[in-house]
Design a protein around this ligand. Structure first.
Ligand SMILES: Nc1nc2c(ncn2[C@@H]2O[C@H](COP(=O)(O)OP(=O)(O)OP(=O)(O)O)[C@@H](O)[C@H]2O)c(=O)[nH]1
Ligand SMILES: [Mg+2]
Length: 437
């Protein structure tokens, strides 16, 4: 494999930036690039970084000797000052000595091909880097650093044991040897149960990491755009004292505690002859059923409108909020929350409630591991094949068919671990990685 290089940190002005280089033979260039004749692996050297004898920067250098490296190959990392000029010079230097630019995920792909990590660990690593909430960090971390691979391997071995017993029976039963008895049915039954309970501990990344939507709705002029600006933390939406100011839906991202939300401001609800405004109102009302949290903003309680919102929102997702309590008396009997977008009063309680409502949804999954759609699809297939094998045994089906079901279920798990893979699968997985990882 060629020697590849990549900037592992973002290409922006920063205190330091890190370049990675990996591939057989890369250590031969260390003398010319850093002036070091001798070096020990895994030691941090402070050295000059040369471009054809001219010093570009004083850098930190760590050399790794394969297979004791991330990729499993000889490699090194350069910690230089994070100037855009140095970054572009370093790229020229590496190109000039014949290194190739690494593709996204190239270092991790090499780690996989050199058997440093399994395929599902590589995926968990990418999930960890992409995580935006503490929940995702812990779940993808437990998939990566925990025992997910071990669990998958354990199931694969148990399926294989069962298959060996069935195939032994097929091949040698007429020679008087017993490979299979009633215990296989109970062992397989237990395996199906164990696998089911394992699957129930896996959360699908798609369900978990899709940002929660928070919709602001309410009568015109109740202060929805002002509440929106408070929630997102800057003056994103236009606020005026003219009812009907917001006509189109606008959105922004907001961090509450450790979670990211997409917050939407909508057109105020009122009877109107204005076609554009009416379309905006229709659009906001039609989306309420899909929202994770709906914040109904009111200056005064309006039972008819509250009932209309309740009808359209999913269970418990509507928070009825009184705004402008700096000028009107707060009414905690009628409203779930009372706030003032003008002074910020009541917002910390409102944000906490939004976070804990969304967290509840995640808690319900009772998960230990973060997995991807690919895993979920394969888990379904494995479960189906295992159940078919069990039923086949119970109903005295031809043993060849039972063995086939067991073989299929095991091959699904092997695909997850990366014991079996196609180039296009690797392409799909690693192309979504960052450059330099
Ligand atoms: N005193 C006070 N005034 C507020 C508060 N929130 C909003 N306002 C005022 O109420 C008026 C309407 O505010 P907006 O945020 O534009 O209301 P809206 O619900 O988005 O209005 P539409 O987009 O027209 O439906 C503006 O004059 C705001 O300054 C508040 O907490 N206290
Ligand atoms: Mg508005």
């Amino acid at each position: 494999m060629s020697i590849v290089y990549a900037l592992a940190t973002p290409p922006v002005k920063s205190a330091i930036c890190i370049f990675r280089v990996s591939g057989k033979g890369c250590h031969k260039h260390i003398k010319a690039l850093f002036g070091l004749d001798l070096f020990e692996p895994r030691r941090f050297y402070l050295s000059n970084f040369y471009d054809g004898g001219v010093v570009i920067d004083k850098v930190g250098l760590i050399v790794f000797k394969g297979p004791e490296s991330y990729t499993g190959e000889d490699s090194f990392e350069v910690y230089s000052h994070g100037s855009l000029g140095i970054m572009s010079l370093a790229v020229d230097v590496f190109k000039n000595v014949g290194f190739d630019e690494a593709a996204p995920g190239e270092f991790t792909k090499r780690a996989f091909l050199n058997e440093k990590i399994s395929l599902n660990e590589a995926e968990s690593l990418s999930d960890l880097i992409e995580s935006t909430t503490s929940k995702e960090v812990f779940l993808s971390g437990s998939s990566l650093f925990g025992d997910l691979s071990e669990k998958l391997m354990g199931f694969s071995n148990r399926i294989n044991d069962a298959r060996v017993r069935v195939e032994g029976e097929i091949d040698f039963s007429d020679e008087g040897e017993v490979f299979m008895d009633e215990s296989l049915i109970s062992d397989l039954g237990l395996l199906v149960e164990d696998f089911n309970s394992f699957v129930s501990m896996c959360a699908n990344k798609r369900d978990l990491s899709s940002k929660k939507n928070v919709f602001l709705v309410g009568p015109t002029n109740s202060g929805k755009s002002s509440v929106f600006n408070r929630l997102v933390g800057y003056e994103r939406a236009i606020v005026t004292d003219r009812p009907g100011t917001t006509r189109d839906m606008i959105s922004s991202e907001a961090f509450f505690e450790t979670s990211v939300f997409s917050v939407f401001d909508t057109a105020g609800v009122r009877e109107t002859d204005d076609v554009i405004e009416e379309k905006g109102i229709e659009m906001s009302l039609s989306q309420l059923g899909d929202a994770d949290v709906v914040i109904g903003v009111f200056e005064e309680y309006d039972e008819e409108v509250v009932d209309e919102f309740k009808k359209r929102c999913s269970d418990g997702s509507l928070f009825v909020v009184q705004n402008k309590i700096d000028v009107n008396e707060a009414n905690y009997k009628l409203f779930d929350f009372c706030v003032s977008a003008k002074t910020g009063l009541g917002f910390s309680d409102l944000k906490k409630a939004v976070v804990s409502f969304s967290d509840d949804e995640i808690e319900k999954t009772n998960s230990n591991y973060l997995v991807r759609g690919r895993h979920v699809k394969i888990f379904d297939g494995v479960t189906k094949d295992l159940k078919a094998a069990l039923l086949g045994l119970k109903n005295n089906k031809t043993l060849e068919l039972v063995a086939e079901d067991l073989k299929n279920s095991r091959s699904g798990l092997d695909e997850l671990l990366g014991k079996k893979f196609s180039d296009s699968l690797l392409g799909d997985i690693f192309s979504s990685f960052c450059i330099g990882k």
